[in-house]
Design a protein around this ligand. Structure first.
Ligand SMILES: [Zn+2]
Length: 226
C-alpha cells in the first residue's frame, strides 16, 4: 500500500459495498443472487458479499469477512467466486475493490464473438482502455483464477466468456463505474450491429486518443507493461 494510506472503517465499507450491489441490481447488471463484490479491509482481510443472497435486498450485516486465504472470520458463507477475488488481490496489490456482474449486453457480445477490445468509441479509451475477453472457464472453480491471471495483471475491466464482467479499482464505486461504462459500450455496439456493419476507429486516431488520455494523466497498465 502507498505510504500513509489509511483503510476506511469496516462500518463505512459495508455500507458502500451494499450501495454498489443495490445499484447493480437496479440497473439490471445482475439478476437476484448473481454477482459478487469485495473490498480490502486491510492488506490481508477482505469484506465480501455472501453466497446466495439477493443483491437488491442485501444488508450491511450480511457481508462476510475473510482472511487472505479465504478463511471465514465473521459472517456466513462467502461468495462462490471468492477464489477469483483472492487471486486478483494477490497479483494486483494496487487493487482494493473488485466487482463481478452478469451485464446482459456485454455477456451477449461474448456469446456472439463480438469483440469489445476493438476501439469503436473514443470515450472507452478514457474510461476503460480496452475490454478483453478471457476464454471460458467453469464458474466458481479454480480454473477461473487461472484463466484471468494474465488479463487481470494488465487490465481493470474484462469479460469472462459466456459468464460476466470483472472490474477492478482502488475503490468500490470506481469499480462499479467501470462496470456501467463496459455495459453501456456493449449496448451501443450491439445496437449499431442491428442496423449494419460497424467499423472500428482508425488506428491513427486510437493512437492519438491514448496520447490525449496520457496527457490527461490517465495510465493503463497494458500500455505500460507492453
Ligand atoms: Zn458470475
Amino acid at each position: 500500500m502507498p505510504p500513509g494510506f489509511q483503510y476506511e472503517s469496516e462500518y463505512v465499507l459495508r455500507s458502500r459495498v451494499v450501495g454498489v450491489c443495490k445499484r447493480m441490481y437496479a440497473h439490471g447488471l445482475i439478476a437476484s443472487t448473481d454477482g459478487n463484490v469485495s473490498v480490502r479491509l486491510t492488506e490481508r482481510r477482505l469484506l465480501v458479499t455472501p453466497s446466495g443472497v439477493h443483491k437488491g435486498l442485501l444488508e450491511p450485516s450480511d457481508l462476510v469477512v475473510v482472511d487472505g486465504m479465504g478463511r471465514p472470520q465473521r459472517g456466513g458463507r462467502a461468495s462462490s467466486e471468492l477464489q477469483m477475488h483472492l487471486h486478483i488481490y494477490e497479483i494486483r496489490p494496487d487493487v482494493r475493490a473488485i466487482v463481478h456482474a452478469h451485464p446482459p449486453f456485454a455477456v451477449a457480445c461474448t456469446l456472439a464473438k463480438l469483440a469489445l477490445d476493438v476501439t469503436y468509441l473514443p470515450e472507452v479509451v478514457f474510461a476503460l482502455g480496452t475490454i478483453p475477453t478471457v476464454p471460458y472457464s467453469t464458474p466458481t472453480t479454480k480454473d477461473v483464477s487461472n484463466a484471468v491471471d494474465r488479463v487481470a495483471q494488465q487490465h481493470d475491466a474484462f469479460m469472462l466468456e459466456r459468464h460476466g464482467s470483472v472490474t477492478l479499482a482502488s475503490d468500490v464505486e470506481t469499480a462499479y463505474n467501470r462496470l456501467e461504462a463496459l455495459e453501456h459500450t456493449a449496448k451501443i455496439v450491439h445496437a449499431a450491429r442491428q442496423v449494419g456493419l460497424i467499423e472500428p476507429l482508425p488506428a491513427c486516431e486510437v493512437k492519438r486518443l491514448y496520447q490525449v488520455a496520457a496527457a490527461a494523466g490517465i495510465r493503463w497498465r497494458f500500455l505500460e507493461n507492453s
